[in-house]
Design a protein around this ligand. Structure first.
Ligand code: SF4
Length: 695
């Protein structure tokens, strides 16, 4: 076993990809970098194939090692010096802000950036550029669960308990989550749970790899999870399962919820969702009679125009059963991106300042402004959520210049064809990445940045556990870190507030900025993380405890009580019709990650999942006259994409599925709906109306 910390040519660190942040050892060998799993509480020595192959990109031939500038005469990207690239950016930013005002420049971040980078990016936007326009791709990930958690519990931490609780739950309900493909090492906890006699219940429109392992699978029509949640609470009420004492002493607002769910008798939910009444009853009873029960949601439930309300439906159920705060029980969200949790705490979100503070809160502004050394009234106000920002680019109302860090919206945004054309309309597009993503390919300037094994920093995983990412080696010649790029830009722009290029210095400032906030890191030092291999926030004092488990005595609301929210089912923003008669939904596959920029370039992953596909039920394929492997075109009101048909009885015959990891002709997000949740700004990725035809 290797202890955490650095030994020569070997470091204990974490996987660069998802929010499980599996522990791994990176070892520099004569012929490259080797990945070895290590014992860490989330993965317990396991890695998925993405983690095993993650070092391949460090020396990848397609790696960017020099800035690229678009040649105005040929329209092509050409290698350039750092001086030339930074000069082009500085001139462009000055020009745009002089002609159109400060808000004409926008910054777009990512949920994979370290805490230090997320923090520095927010500071750079608000203090150096003084624009209100900053948001990030996490808005497309877990923003609905974050908003629902915030309004129910007063704080949003993906899992308010350690992941190990999953192994102790007698009943575990997963809603729109497929960890067998997205976070395989997490399945060890689920195996342990079932070996102890626990029950696993999955709600998903597909018979996913996770659903196949479930004791009970509720194959609900996409967009009907909220009706299912209300029906489950209706059953719990009717059968006398709700925890009256818990509701009376630890919550507020139940009466309105009781009235709302009164009309959600199980047969009504069955008619809407297709889930049999008997299965709804079995689920409600399994949750209510368990000693320990956990409800987890993920993107399947959350990526809807009613995503916040859908999550609230399951939070209501959890509260009514008295689960949150009880050891081995509760509600949680399986955050997706590597730093999906930390990425939303430190100020790269349009409405937030570091410490998970609200940007329109005067006290919060004063505190952060003091740390930043600027007058509070000079800090810009809230910006707009990611899709609204991207959709305004290049228009009369929107920013004319955009800096993108760690994101690929050309593939990952809904209605992606429209966003692509917005990006093309910009006066200046700058992309900071280590590979030429589809978004970078449109840029005026591309800056090559360091990879995860080439810089120090911290990440916060899905449990709210702050971890150390450790550098194995220096970035290759010609490559700079994101923090260096921000510092260099600030210097050249002759703007204050550029901050340090040193991640430890940035983290120390982050600690001060977060002090007293919801996500309080004041007592978390790198040394403390090293000693314990992770520290849970909130952790306000150097010598005080951290917080692996929240809500045991009180919630983070002013009166300590959790809040119920009455929520009603409503139809999807776009319903099927004769012209577009099928439901369309998206998701991930085991061997690919997010927009695929990285994983599509890893040989073993490409072999495992080389191409996009369109999953069709055999009955539907027969009706369409389509055979397995035959190319099909999926068409919605917003666009179309093409990929081979994959026939599978795992999907409902009224629903079509495609993974979203590919761009170009196979870009699933060409058809997805850009309707957004009114509270979170989450787009409706998970349901729209399409037709399928032969090309
Ligand atoms: Fe990496 Fe996530 Fe796979 Fe773990 S589960 S190895 S963190 S991609």
């Amino acid at each position: 076993a290797t202890r955490p910390g650095r030994t020569p040519r070997e470091v204990a660190t974490h996987c660069p990809y998802c929010a499980l942040q599996c522990g791994m050892i990176l070892r520099e060998e004569t012929d490259g970098v080797t990945v070895l799993p290590r014992q860490f509480p989330t993965n317990r020595g396991g890695l998925c194939q993405k983690g095993w192959t993650s070092a391949e990109l460090l020396d990848h031939p397609e790696r960017l090692t020099t800035p690229l500038l678009r040649d105005p005469s040929t329209g092509e990207l050409r290698p350039a010096s750092w001086d030339a690239a930074l000069d082009r950016i500085v001139t462009g930013l000055h020009d745009v802000q002089q002609r159109h005002g400060r808000d004409a420049v926008a910054v777009f971040g990512g949920g994979g950036l370290t805490n230090e980078k997320a923090y520095a990016l927010g500071r750079f936007a608000r203090v150096a550029l003084r624009t209100r326009h900053i948001d990030y791709n996490g808005r497309f990930c877990m923003s609905s669960a974050a908003a629902a958690g915030m309004r129910a519990f007063g704080v949003d931490r993906g899992l308010p308990f350690p992941l190990s609780d999953l192994g102790r739950a007698d009943t575990l309900l997963l809603v729109g989550a497929n960890p067998a493909e997205t976070m395989p090492p997490l399945m060890r906890w689920l195996t342990e749970q079932r070996e102890r006699g626990g029950r696993l219940i999955v709600i998903d429109p597909r018979v996913t790899a996770t659903a196949r392992q479930a004791d009970l699978h509720l194959q609900a029509l996409p967009g009907t999870d909220l009706a299912v949640a209300n029906a489950l609470l209706h059953i719990a009420l009717t059968e006398g399962y709700v925890d009256a004492d818990y509701i009376a002493t630890r919550t507020a607002g139940f009466t309105a919820v009781r009235r709302t769910v009164a009309s959600w008798w199980p047969a009504r939910a069955e008619a809407l969702s297709g889930v049999p009444v008997a299965d709804l009853e079995e689920t409600a009873r399994a949750l209510a009679t368990a000693q320990r029960a956990i409800i987890l949601t993920a993107r399947g439930a959350e990526q809807h125009a009613k995503g916040v309300d859908t999550v609230s439906g399951f939070v209501n159920l959890a509260l009514a059963l008295g689960l949150p705060g009880r050891p081995g029980s509760g509600y949680g969200c399986l955050t997706g991106q590597g730093n999906g949790q930390g990425g939303r705490e430190h100020g790269q979100k349009a409405d937030q300042l570091p410490g998970y503070r609200k940007i329109d809160d005067l006290e919060a502004r004063a505190h952060v402004a003091r740390v930043w050394g600027v007058p509070a009234d000079e800090l810009p106000g809230p910006g707009v959520p990611a899709y609204q920002l991207l959709d305004s680019l290049g228009t009369d109302q929107g920013p004319r210049a955009l800096l993108v860090f760690g994101s690929n919206p050309v593939v990952s945004a809904p209605r992606a064809g429209r966003i692509e054309s917005r990006l093309r309309d910009l006066d200046l597009l700058v992309v900071v990445d280590f590979l030429l993503s589809e978004t970078a390919a449109l840029a005026d300037v591309v800056l090559p940045t360091a990879q995860w094994a080439e810089e120090d920093g911290t990440m916060t995983n899905l449990e709210g556990r702050v971890l150390r990412r450790r550098a194995l080696r220096q970035p290759p010649p010609g490559v700079r870190t994101d923090l260096t790029i921000l510092a260099d830009l600030s210097t050249r722009l002759e703007l204050r507030g550029g901050g340090s290029a040193d991640p430890h210095t940035v983290f120390e400032e982050l600690r001060r900025a977060s002090a007293g906030g919801l996500a309080d890191y004041a007592g978390i030092s790198w040394d403390r993380i090293d000693a314990a291999d992770g520290v849970f926030w909130p952790c306000p004092a150097d010598d005080g405890p951290d917080s692996p488990r929240l809500f045991t005595d009180r919630f983070a609301t002013p009166d300590g009580l959790a809040r119920f929210h009455p929520v009603e089912h409503r139809p999807a923003a776009e319903e099927v019709c004769p012209e577009y008669p099928l439901h369309f939904t998206t998701g991930r596959v085991l061997a690919q990650y997010q927009s695929g920029t990285q994983t599509r370039r890893v040989a073993a992953l490409r072999r495992a999942a080389p191409d996009a596909f369109v999953e069709l039920h055999p009955d539907l394929a027969e009706r369409l006259g389509v055979t397995d492997g035959e190319p099909v075109r999926v068409v919605s009101r917003r666009g179309e994409f093409q990929a081979p048909a994959r026939l599978s009885p795992a999907i409902r015959s009224d629903t079509v599925f495609a993974p979203f990891h590919w761009g170009g002709q196979a870009r699933a997000n060409s058809v997805t709906n850009d309707a957004v949740d009114p509270v979170s700004g989450m787009p409706e990725f998970k349901i729209c109306a399409v037709r399928v035809e032969k090309p």
